[in-house]
Design a protein around this ligand. Structure first.
Ligand code: AMP
Ligand code: MN
Ligand code: MN
Ligand code: MN
Length: 280
């Protein structure tokens, strides 16, 4: 069976490996189909595609877009997108500009808690010209000894109610789905269990997502328990949505699943790749 991993990050966003290193790592792990899905940025796709060709990996253009829906932040993975489609490219550019303003706000918040120099500190962990995000702040805070690792520093400093958290408006979900579909891609709702939605709100989200052209649910992801994967497999089947599988790998030592090292889709799901001729 092909080992397919459709969600991971490089140094273009908040991953630890360059696109080339990431693809080489995927090859060592036996991945045969890989999508690079950096947050709000497609700048790594060219390099990753070239590295994939050299490593006999089928490469899928991807991106993980930050979206707002009813005051909640959602992540939407676009697969097979055309990175040059102007509304997509311009939309991502606008999100990255918003990230720069948010980063200043995060640093100002941390200043109030006597944590100084975090803006420069975070940028020292970010790729040149790429996106800036909370993971970069997390790495800086770990470096300064505020917690033992990225995971615990998030809990103490960077989530809602904590010193370095600032709320932020991302792109409207409807815009994000229009950019992905318009560019010829397929939209996947990433790690849906992470949003902690009640049953009714979850149903409203999934129905709206489908109405707006959304295609698939990420069923297998590092942040799902086996029970949650089965639950979302069930939702996908019930709603006629496709199912995706991705590690959400950010780098050695920072991720729960290594590239390609995760369960297969549950029986009965229709994979998001079911009609991709190039991988059969
Ligand atoms: P941002 O889009 O800048 O708000 O950052 C979101 C990213 O932060 C996610 O993609 C993860 O890489 C990371 N992240 C979010 N929550 C946590 C957490 N609780 N522990 C570790 N990393 C997290
Ligand atoms: Mn991330
Ligand atoms: Mn995500
Ligand atoms: Mn991700």
């Amino acid at each position: 069976m092909l080992n397919i991993d459709l969600h991971c990050h490089s140094t273009i966003s908040d991953g630890l490996l360059t696109p080339t290193q990431l693809v080489e790592h995927a090859a060592r792990r036996g991945v045969s189909v890989l999508a690079l899905t950096d947050h709000d940025d497609v700048a790594g796709l060219g390099e990753a595609r070239r590295a994939a060709a050299e490593n006999s990996i089928t490469f899928i253009n991807g991106v993980e877009i930050s979206a707002s829906w009813r005051n909640k932040t959602l992540h939407i993975v676009g697969l097979d997108v055309n990175p040059e489609y102007p509304p997509l490219a311009q939309g991502l550019e606008a999100i990255r500009s918003g990230r720069i303003l948010r980063a200043r706000n995060i640093a100002a918040q941390l200043d109030k808690f006597s944590i100084h120099g975090s803006l420069e500190g975070a940028y020292s962990y970010a790729g040149k010209g790429g996106m800036i995000g909370r993971t970069h702040f997390a790495r800086f805070l770990v470096e300064r000894g505020y917690a033992k690792d990225v995971r615990s520093v998030f809990k103490k400093y960077l989530v809602k109610g904590k010193p370095g958290y600032v709320s932020h408006q991302w792109a409207p979900l409807s815009d994000v789905l229009a950019w992905i579909s318009g560019s010829g891609g397929r939209a996947v709702i990433a790690h849906p269990a992470r949003y902690k939605l009640g049953k009714d709100v979850l149903d409203e989200l999934l129905l709206e997502f489908r109405t707006l052209g959304g295609a698939a649910i990420e069923v297998i992801t590092a942040s799902h328990t086996p029970e949650q994967s089965l639950l979302f497999a069930h939702h996908a089947q019930r709603l006629g949505l496709l199912a995706s599988r991705g590690s959400d790998f950010h780098g050695p030592g920072e991720s729960y699943f290594d590239l390609g090292q995760m369960p297969e889709l549950p029986v009965g799901c229709t994979p998001v790749w079911h009609d991709w001729n190039r991988i059969t």
